[in-house]
Each structure stands twice: as structure tokens, then as C-alpha cells.
Design a binder for this molecule. Sequence first.
Ligand SMILES: [Zn+2]
Length: 307
Amino acid sequence: MTSTYRRAMPALAASALIALASGASASPYSVINHAAATSKIKVHALRGGVSMLEGSGGNIGVLVGPEGLFLVDTGIAVSEAKLKTALRGLSRKPLRYAVNTHWHWDHTDGNGWVRRAGAQIIAERHTLDHLKHTIRVEEWEHTFTPVPAKDLPTQAVQAEKLVAFGSDRVRIRPYMPSHTDGDLSVYFEKADVLATGDTFWNGVYPFIDYVGGGGIDGAIKAADANLAMAGPRTIIIPGHGPVANRADAQAFRDMLVTIRGRVAKLKAEGKTLAQAQAARPTADFDAKWGQSIINGQLFTALVYRGV
Ligand SMILES: [Zn+2]
């Protein structure tokens, strides 16, 4: 051990203790992991053998078919035991498929155990690429390192893919770059249930991942695509927030369009980000949409970056 290292040790230890003792200094990444580690998995039975599982980062969709289970997203790895229990409550049959709606860890971190359980994992090709590389996401105060090969998706898609599964058919469709550059929707045709991944956060401001190829204008186009795919009876599994319908997806789209218009006007007038935030362009939306991990100020910054 060098003397430099010895001198550095007490300072490092002290800062680590402060970080542990103070909830305020925990990164959004660790707050979300902690929530997954401590929360129960809620199972919402929807229709036609499809359920939504809530409590492991992003929402998880499940179709139970005669040959086994088809998942949409794999949640956070700390939830493995709880998710396995919840899935066994739906069916004792094996996991056959999972789709990763995009690369974020709160939708893909469970890939390892889902693969070990025997499932094929389908992802858009940019998602596969992101999972292989180191990416720093400043807003989550976390650097994601390459995922081991054994935990990666097994099939990359770049166009619509149809999978026959029991009496249903699953339509997997890429969006344009929106939340990220690798978002997929999953539509269970017979059940008429649409899983949107993080192109739709029901009642919650969304994160927009510019480092991962996303942007506000694409996010609005994806919200329009969701409205085009959903009919009046369609049940929607959003990336985050409660089970939704088309009217909820419309409200989300209208919120994005209104706030984008206000922020673009402020930026066009020459306002800095701080000045745009001070103008509170989200004020009348915050009580409904700003109560989760993305508040009005952060959402304003995410929109400002893309206009
Ligand atoms: Zn996401």
C-alpha cells in the first residue's frame, strides 16, 4: 500500500458513510433499486391471459399460453425471487420468451435469470448494442457497464416481428427513436393488450434518454403511434404508472405537446435553461405528473435539450 493510498482512505470512507447515512445523497439509480428490493410484486390480471406485474422497476407484461409464459421486460434483478413466485402463481409452465422494450436496467436487469429459466429474449438492435457498452446516464448518477454475454438478448430485431403463441399472436414493433433509439411495442392481438415500454408513463413525467438516442420530438411521435395502435377497448401496459387505456395515452400525448410548445417558445426567446425553468412551464401539470422521480424542473430540462 502506498502512502498516497493510505492518506486517501479516511476521506473516501467518510464520504461513503455520509452517502449511506443521508437519503438525500442517494442517486436516483439506487433509490429505484432500493424500491424494487423492498416492494411487493402486485399482479394485475388484465384480459385474455395477460397480466401486468408492478413493483420491479418498470412494469412487466405476461401472457400465459398453453406452451408457457411470454414476458414483456424483465425488471430489476433484485426482484428475481419475488417475480418467480408471482409468475408461478400465474402458471407452472416454463418461460419461453421475453421482449426488452429498451435497454434501461429497470426493464432488462432481470435478463440473466430469465435466460437461465430458458427464455429467448428479443430486443431491438440498438438496445442490444447499448447493453454491450458502457453508458453514463447523468440524470440517474450512474454508469452502466457492459452486460455479460450470458445475460444479453438472444434475438435482435429491426422490423416488425410476429410470434404465434398459443391462441394469441404477438406483434413486436419498433418505434422511431423516442424514449431511446431502441424502443419496442408489444401487442397481444387477441387479448387486445398493448405494452408500450417507456414511450408511455401513465400519470408520470417520462424520462427521455438523449445519450441513448432518444428525444422529445420522437417521444411525441411515439405517443401518436400508441394512439394509432390503441382502440377504445385496448388495455395498455405503460412503462411506468398504473394500467391504462387510450384516454390515458391521449392525456400523456397532450401533456408532452403542450409542455414542448411552451419550452420551445422560451428557448426561441433566448432564455437559458435556468430562466426557462424559472418560468415554470410545467406548473399546471405538476400536481398530476410531477409526483414521481421526474419532477417539473427535470422534465423542463429534458424537453429544453431537444427543442
Ligand atoms: Zn426507460
